[in-house]
Design a protein around this ligand. Structure first.
Ligand SMILES: NC(=O)C1=CN([C@@H]2O[C@H](COP(=O)(O)OP(=O)(O)OC[C@H]3O[C@@H](n4cnc5c(N)ncnc54)[C@H](O)[C@@H]3O)[C@@H](O)[C@H]2O)[C@H](O)CC1
Ligand SMILES: [K+]
Length: 465
């Protein structure tokens, strides 16, 4: 499993400062950044006309270095400066650009637009002139490149301060990934994400990009219980729990039991349906993990089942309807706190209300909910993140937008509980599940159903073994 640092703007500046203290100058960092971007652009700039828009800070400084590096390689370059270079390093880069710099009044037609107006230093929305310059010129070029971040995006939150920004074809993350590279709404703008390394050391960071997991296959002498036993608590709507079970059966667990009186034509022969009392199912010592929520309903029976899961003390995944019924008091009936919650945006809001959490962004809501409950929180959406108490936030490369189909959340919950039963700690189980879910969707291409996604899960798992 790979974890790449994802930083806030403050962490990035601190890393840069450490490098400077250790003897690498800001000028050298700017040179590495600019030359690294120029090398990437050269790969698709053959015979193309490049326009570089430069802002006042070091993001603009990167732009002058990029322009000079491309110019030296014989690429046709024009540079348009929004204002004078304001930092000493950007001013030096401006002076080292050996050609004309045009004023921001000119529209430039070309093929590739390189946006170096603002990066991590953005502190307010673009002024109308800067915004028009960016929008007009983006429309006049076929390919649009963001250096570090699209100008107008807040690095720590992914907010777009100007409402509308161009769609980019490439974004070059300088030194490290930043939160905005994986959070909505900015994540939808970025095009292909490329990290340009600057040789910086990061140490402890507040976020990680979670890469391909490395689950272990069953032991040589494994049996169904040693591989992990899952119970999925059925409820009012049978389809959702069956979908979750289909996914759980294909994500590592050796034994998946559907707890309830589910008589449904879609129940496969390889799924054990146990209509006995829920307390007995949950009391089975061999049971490793429980999922409750998909198709559960929200009536008194559903609430009693949820309370039984808490009382059992088994590691649990709470999804869908269960997230509407959870109360802080339920945690007091159980010694175990480290469960997994898998809310989408609406369910996250419901949970924050229930636990008295008042935060503005998805990142802050998920982080605070994890701290307050002690649970791992997989906050789903186009920018799924996984938060755990006292751990860096986990970000993920964006998954297929075809995942926006009914039942895909039930499938995810089934994969989380399966990975937990297979022995993964809750944070790993949730992270692996998000990755496998995205990989299964990638393999399926367009317009798949939740059932197909569940059945694809073993092929996603196969890519990790
Ligand atoms: N951190 C690193 O390791 C490296 C970063 N590099 C690049 O530098 C930028 C960050 O540079 P900085 O000078 O801090 O900020 P910006 O260039 O983003 O510009 C901020 C500049 O502009 C003013 N400002 C902020 N918002 C606005 C606005 N809406 N309108 C007008 N002016 C605004 C603000 O006061 C600052 O003066 C980083 O993203 C990288 O691209 C280098 O590559 C070296 C390594
Ligand atoms: K930029």
């Amino acid at each position: 499993m790979t974890l790449e640092p994802v930083l806030t703007a403050e962490e990035m500046r601190a890393a840069e400062q450490r490098a400077i203290t250790a003897g690498t100058s800001e000028w050298e960092l700017l040179q590495s950044a600019g030359k690294g971007c120029a090398a990437e652009i050269t790969a698709f700039a053959n015979g193309k006309r490049v326009t570089v828009l430069c802002g006042p800070g070091n993001n603009g400084g990167d732009g002058y270095v990029i322009a000079e590096a491309l110019r030296k390689k014989g690429v046709s370059v024009r540079v348009v400066a929004l204002t004078e270079a304001e930092t000493p390093t950007a001013a030096k880069a401006r002076d080292c650009y050996n050609s004309d710099v045009e004023s921001a009044h000119s529209d430039v037609e070309g093929d590739i637009l390189v946006d170096c107006l603002f990066g991590t230093g953005l502190s307010r929305p673009l002024d109308p002139d800067a915004h028009h310059l960016l929008m007009r010129n983006a429309a006049l070029h076929q390919t649009v490149v963001a250096v570090d971040l699209p100008s107008g995006v807040v690095s720590n939150t992914g907010e777009i301060l100007n409402g509308e920004l161009p769609k980019y074809d490439y974004t070059f993350a300088l030194g490290s990934w930043k939160n905005a590279h994986f959070l909505m709404p900015s994540s939808a703008l970025l095009g292909k994400r490329i990290r340009v390394g600057l040789g910086l050391e990061f140490g402890d960071v507040s976020g990680h990009l979670f890469g391909k997991p490395a689950p272990t296959p069953p032991d040589f002498n494994a049996h169904k219980y040693s591989r992990g036993m899952v119970a999925i608590v059925g409820g009012e709507m049978h389809g959702a729990a069956i979908l979750a079970s289909e996914a759980a059966m294909r994500a590592g667990a050796g034994y998946v039991k559907l707890a309830g009186d589910t008589e449904h034509p879609a129940v496969p022969a390889d799924l054990v349906v146990d209509p006995g009392p829920l307390e007995e199912v949950l009391g089975d010592k061999r049971l490793d993990a429980v999922l409750i929520g998909p198709g559960l309903g929200r009536n008194d029976t559903a609430k009693a089942k949820l309370e039984a899961v808490f009382v059992s003390g088994k590691p649990a995944v709470f999804d869908a309807d269960a997230l509407h019924l959870i109360t802080p008091a339920m945690f007091e009936t159980s010694e175990r706190r480290c469960h997994v919650l898998t809310p989408h945006e609406g369910e996250l809001a419901v949970l924050c209300e229930a636990f008295g959490i008042d935060r503005n962004t998805k990142l802050e809501k998920a982080r605070k909910l994890a701290e307050t409950t002690g649970c791992v929180v997989a906050a789903k959406g186009a920018d799924t993140i996984v938060a755990a108490p006292s751990a860096p936030i986990r970000f993920f490369k964006p998954a297929s937008s075809w995942l926006s189909a009914a039942g895909t959340g039930d499938v995810l919950a089934g994969v989380v509980v399966s990975r937990m039963a297979a022995g993964e700690p809750p944070l790993e189980a949730a992270s692996q599940a998000v990755w496998l879910h995205g990989e299964a969707a990638r393999q399926l291409g367009p317009a798949f159903t939740a059932g197909e996604l569940a059945r694809q899960m073993r092929h996603a798992l196969a890519t990790c073994l």
